[in-house]
Design a protein around this ligand. Structure first.
Ligand SMILES: *Cc1c(COP(=O)(O)O)cnc(C)c1O
Length: 372
């Protein structure tokens, strides 16, 4: 079986460097808010082509703290996507604000600017687009809606480290952005970690204070902060992995191109390749196809040794935790949740494995009458 993911390969690939970096932290005796975090924040901000990066404990906290820092508070509404990790919306609830789901563009799978406009009320304070699967949301029209209504925009960039929209890296396109370094993300720690990036010095300062209990100076708590610090061991791991991120993303794009070309001759077949907008450079956190009979396609691929996954089987507003709110219907998101299927895509896949996935795709994706 070709595994959907295998983080043991990531460690094996960088073992010498990682062991040295983590060992140095342990020997230093300094584990929280130290030199490695400061170095990583500087390097990650430069990578994202943005002025500031602030490390926090998780991607979820990065969303919550970024929203607070741009002025979202209890009772405020935040317009976001129903097709994402549920943590996107949970971060909004975490700060006492209310996620309002607008439907997705059925091709890009990211927030539809027209649907955002229709979801705005007098309580709306911010828009939270998600760069889903590593493909940037259509930011310019979203920023135009935000400007017209005086709203903040926070990017959920948890799946899109290094992606470009109209030539510019995500993370610096709006008021603030949230990244996750969950182990399987394009840039992954060996535990939980996240970061907020922003072009705005005041937003960065506010997140810095909030992540450390709201302290402006030692033992002086000016506001109700939280404990959400990216620790030195994770910062050291991330510092090592950041060096290889562009090469890793290029490898992901090459694998995606191979899958798309394997499916290229399957017009009228069972599998639809992902749409890539002409104005983005995606980083393929996931390679997600659509299939009307998703479960049958997954079973046929499994029978040929290819493990798959589903991101996400339930639109967020259909989750039990949100069921009582009477949200929806949101037909494009609900249809996507029923049809999406994720194929294995990570830099450590071997060329032989990529070829095997391509062969399985060509066979399973072919029109029924010439399927072998
Ligand atoms: C992973 C992810 C999150 C949550 O990040 P954590 O680090 O797991 O808290 C939020 N949004 C999206 C789109 C994600 O993929």
């Amino acid at each position: 079986m070709i595994p959907f993911g295998d983080l043991k390969r990531t460690y094996a690939r960088h073992q010498t460097e990682l062991d040295a970096a983590v060992g140095a932290v342990m020997a230093s005796g300094w584990f929280i808010l130290g030199r490695r975090l400061a170095e990583f924040e500087t390097a990650f901000a430069a990578y994202c082509e943005v002025e500031h990066a602030v490390g926090v404990n998780t991607g979820t906290d990065a969303i919550a703290l970024a929203l607070r820092a741009v002025g979202v508070g209890p009772g405020d509404e935040v317009v976001t996507s129903p097709l994402s990790a549920a943590f996107t919306a949970l971060a909004v609830d975490q700060i006492g604000a209310v996620p309002v789901f607008a439907d997705i563009d059925p091709r890009r799978f990211t927030l539809d600017p027209a649907a955002i406009e229709a979801a705005i009320t007098p309580r709306t304070r911010a828009i939270l687009p998600v760069h889903l699967y590593g493909q940037p949301a259509d930011l310019d029209p979203i920023l135009a809606v935000a400007r017209a209504h005086g709203l903040a925009v926070v990017e959920d960039a948890a799946q899109a480290h290094g992606a470009r929209y109209r030539g510019r890296r995500v993370g610096g396109l709006a008021d603030a952005a949230a990244f996750s370094f969950y182990p399987s993300k394009n840039l992954g720690a060996f535990g939980d970690a996240g970061a907020v990036t922003t072009p705005d010095a005041a937003v960065a300062e506010r997140v810095r204070r909030l992540r450390n209990g709201g302290q402006s100076a030692r033992y002086r708590h000016d506001e109700l902060g939280v404990n959400s610090r990216l620790d030195e061991i994770q910062a050291a791991v991330l510092g090592v992995r950041l060096h290889g991120l562009d090469a890793d993303n290029a490898r992901r794009r090459a694998i995606a191109a191979a899958y798309t070309s394997a499916l290229g001759g399957t017009g009228g077949g069972a599998i639809i390749t992902p749409f890539v907008a002409p104005d983005v450079e995606p980083v393929f956190h996931l390679y997600v196809v659509r299939a009307a009979d998703r479960d049958a396609v997954a079973a046929a691929l499994a029978a040929r040794g290819v493990e798959t996954a589903v991101h996400y089987p339930t639109a967020i507003h259909r989750q039990p935790a949100y069921a009582g709110r009477g949200i929806g219907p949101l037909p494009h998101a609900e249809r996507a949740a029923a049809e999406v299927l994720s194929l294995p895509i990570y830099p450590e896949l071997t060329d032989d494995e990529v070829r095997a996935v391509c062969a399985a795709l060509a066979a399973v994706g072919a029109p029924a009458d010439d399927r072998r």
